[in-house]
Design a protein around this ligand. Structure first.
Ligand SMILES: [Zn+2]
Ligand SMILES: [Zn+2]
Length: 278
């Protein structure tokens, strides 16, 4: 499968000259194999992805981790929704009070957005998931609730022998007093275990995190510890803070990784980076 990052910023878009290298668009990742296209989250990065899709694309599969605005804010600008020949299948977590389709309708309605969900020309199907296993063509997918405010899932995407794990918003340190020493009760562990590639929240410095416990995000150090515990082959630090410039991100990364051996590769997520898992 081929994986392309279209947005890796957390919380809100942050364009500007200091954010050129890693990009300012919020969460959106494309996963392709053969003719099948999965899209993980609909942050602002989905606009450019939609414009870059082959115009003959007839089916897209959109997997939402949760409904925080930074993960859905690009949906109204996603071109396939306006193509009557297109089918858009949407998966996302069950809500406690409102169904997924009702929560999506809230975004697609005034005053937030002028076009209602039912007015979009594409054929749209909405599927609710929780701790679920399902298949989309040759992809085998597992979703599981993880530690983040509101109903939020992480995704494990398998194709052949390759495993991608996508957990963009995650605070495993909050879920277990034993973090990062025990896999038992560790939020997200089953999604990430032995993954070839893990895209994981690494929004804060350790200092920032102390003032933001319970906000649902991880320090870079906690993301690295989580990746180590999960025995992944590669970690890509994702969901960059909107205030962190390219230079700040690289300084944070340097502080966490200098002169250390982790037993796996790691790097900062960068818009337009691609990864191929065979
Ligand atoms: Zn987010
Ligand atoms: Zn969130």
């Amino acid at each position: 499968m081929k994986i392309t990052i279209w947005g890796c910023r957390g919380s809100m878009p942050s364009p500007g000259p200091d954010m050129i290298k890693y990009g300012g668009n919020t969460s959106c990742v494309q996963v392709e194999h053969g003719d099948t296209c999965l899209i993980l989250d609909g942050g602002s990065g989905i606009q450019e992805l939609g414009n870059a899709l082959n115009p003959d694309t007839r089916v897209v599969n959109l997997l939402l981790t949760h409904l925080h605005i930074d993960h859905i804010m690009g949906l109204g600008y996603f071109r396939p929704f306006y193509n009557p020949k297109c089918t858009v299948n949407i998966w996302g977590p069950t809500g406690s009070n409102e169904s997924l389709v009702e929560r999506l309708r809230r975004y697609f309605s005034p005053p937030f957005f002028p076009v209602r969900l039912k007015e979009l020309p594409a054929e749209i199907y909405v599927f609710e998931i929780d701790n679920s296993d399902f298949e989309i063509d040759s992809f085998r997918i597992r979703s599981e609730y993880i530690c983040h405010p509101g109903p939020t899932v992480g995704y494990r995407v398998e194709c052949g022998d390759s495993v991608l794990s996508y957990i963009p918003d995650h605070e495993p340190a909050l879920g277990s007093s034993d973090f990062p020493h025990s896999t038992e009760w560790c939020s997200g562990y089953d999604i990430a275990e032995n993954a070839d590639l893990l895209l994981h929240d690494g929004q804060y410095t350790q200092q920032d995190y102390k003032g933001k416990i319970g906000w649902g995000h991880s320090s870079m150090k906690d993301a690295i510890d989580f990746a180590k515990l999960s025995r992944v082959k590669k970690l890509i630090l994702f969901h960059h803070d909107p205030l962190h410039s390219d230079t700040t991100l690289e300084n944070m990364f340097e502080q966490c990784t200098a002169n250390k051996e982790f037993g796996f590769e790691l790097a900062l997520a960068r818009e337009k980076d691609t990864f191929t898992l065979d």
